[in-house]
Design a protein around this ligand. Structure first.
Ligand code: PLP
Length: 412
């Protein structure tokens, strides 16, 4: 049984008051708060085990290496990866997608090739592909989105052809919360000989995600959106792909040997095995250790239970918002079966920033703007939107207070 009050006790920040009101944190799609267990894991690492990884023979280096590699194992199991070597630690989703665009894309793409993304993508699943297209001459194609924010699946599938080399799609939109059937799209991609990348920034923290079941080639996600620290994220990739791919950055740890012949001034380099081939320099060791603590916390609650909790909150919030506030508009589909806990909305006559600032006065944190997804806002015919997004510690009582403040806002 999911006990939200018990969960809340683990989050020190939820005791904060803003302008003497209890903090209500509804900006979880941007970043999430951290439980004591994650804060303790970070502190324990620096207080007791801090050393650099894979380098020295001394005890602290060994302990740090063991913790770092154990974090990789934990992460691999969490997403159903067969082998922990398929988990590359990166800074976050943005870096993971850039890594694929540079290390797989630039050596493999040429004029005439196509990359297929959708119009609902976060800029970090658009811009790296446009940059790769500039360098390789390939074309980026954009699957259409319906006016309600759902993917036009027929259009997306229809855009696959013999030139499609990779499809890159978010599993959950960071603006509308719409869930895409990436398992089906991966199958279609493979039938066309294309690879499939899933942007899991908004799905991995909120629902069960299993890469073996989805049969995707790449999965990208960020630690800070799932109770972990900033600066740590994951690129999952099938091992044969990682073996073929060129390194992303050069430096220490990603090489096996570097030799320089002083006479000829020739340098010979051989790469380390994946995943280390993609982790040049000192990685975010403590971040990985804390991410593993976050994953264990989520696993303890159960990903299916988390998804259900957020679904119930979303249904409740949409009902309350629509029935109580006449000037309020929900953007995108209101069919809860198609989405998870992200709700874009607007209040007639007010800008999204006005709405967010008004709520902030009462201790309620939401996001305003275009959420790094301008093309989807163009589909909605909006310059910006307000966005409330839920996580494991949010409650119906918080939704009630949020709706009460929205009603007050309407009087102005
Ligand atoms: N993709 C989606 C769907 C997102 O929501 C975000 C962040 O909001 C990103 C990518 C980028 O994540 P990060 O900033 O952690 O790299």
């Amino acid at each position: 049984m999911f006990d939200v009050q018990r969960v809340r006790e683990d989050f020190p920040i939820l005791k904060r008051k803003i302008n003497s009101y209890p903090l209500i944190y509804f900006d979880n799609a941007a970043t999430t708060q951290k439980p004591q267990q994650v804060l303790d894991a970070e502190r324990d690492f620096y207080e007791n085990h801090n050393g650099n990884v894979h380098r020295a023979v001394h005890t602290l280096s060994q302990e740090a290496t063991d913790l770092y590699e154990a974090a990789r194992e934990t992460t691999a199991k969490f997403i159903g990866a067969k082998n922990s070597a398929e988990v590359v630690f990166v800074r976050g989703t943005t870096e993971a997608i850039n890594l694929v665009a540079y290390s797989w894309g630039i050596p493999n793409l040429k004029a005439g090739d196509e990359i297929l993304v959708s119009t609902m993508e976060h800029h970090s699943n658009i811009v790296p592909w446009e940059l790769a297209a500039k360098l390789t001459g390939c074309t980026v194609r954009y699957g259409k989105v319906h006016p309600d924010g759902t993917l036009d699946t027929a259009d997306f599938e229809g855009k696959f052809n013999k030139n499609t080399k990779l499809a890159s799609l978010s599993q959950v939109s960071n603006v509308s919360g719409v869930i895409n059937d990436v398992k089906h799209i991966a199958k279609v991609a493979h039938e066309h000989g294309a690879l499939m990348l899933v942007d899991g920034a908004q799905s991995v923290p909120h629902m069960p995600v299993d890469v073996a079941d989805l049969d995707v080639d790449f999965l990208a996600f960020s630690g800070h959106k799932m109770l972990g620290p900033t600066g740590i994220g994951v690129l999952y990739a099938k091992k044969p792909l990682l073996e073929q791919m060129s390194p992303f950055e050069g430096g220490g740890e990603m090489i096996r040997d570097v030799t320089v012949n002083q006479q000829t001034e020739r340098c010979g380099i051989s790469w380390n095995d994946p995943p280390w081939k993609f982790e040049a320099g000192t990685p975010n060791i403590c971040g990985a250790v804390a991410l593993a603590a976050a994953i264990k916390y989520l696993q303890h609650l159960g990903m299916a239970e988390i998804f259900q909790h957020e679904k119930e909150l979303t249904v409740y919030a949409m009902e309350q918002m629509l029935s109580c506030c006449t000037k309020l508009r929900l953007y995108g589909t209101t069919d809860a079966s198609l989405k998870c806990g992200i709700m874009p909305f607007g209040v007639e006559g007010l800008s999204s920033h006005d709405v967010a600032l008004f709520l902030d006065n009462y201790g309620v944190m939401i996001r305003s703007g275009y959420h790094c997804a301008q093309p989807l806002h163009q589909v909605f015919n909006l310059a910006s939107s307000a966005r409330a997004s839920f996580y494991i510690y949010n409650t119906k009582e918080e939704v009630d207070r949020f709706v009460k403040i929205l009603k007050e806002m309407e009087q102005f």
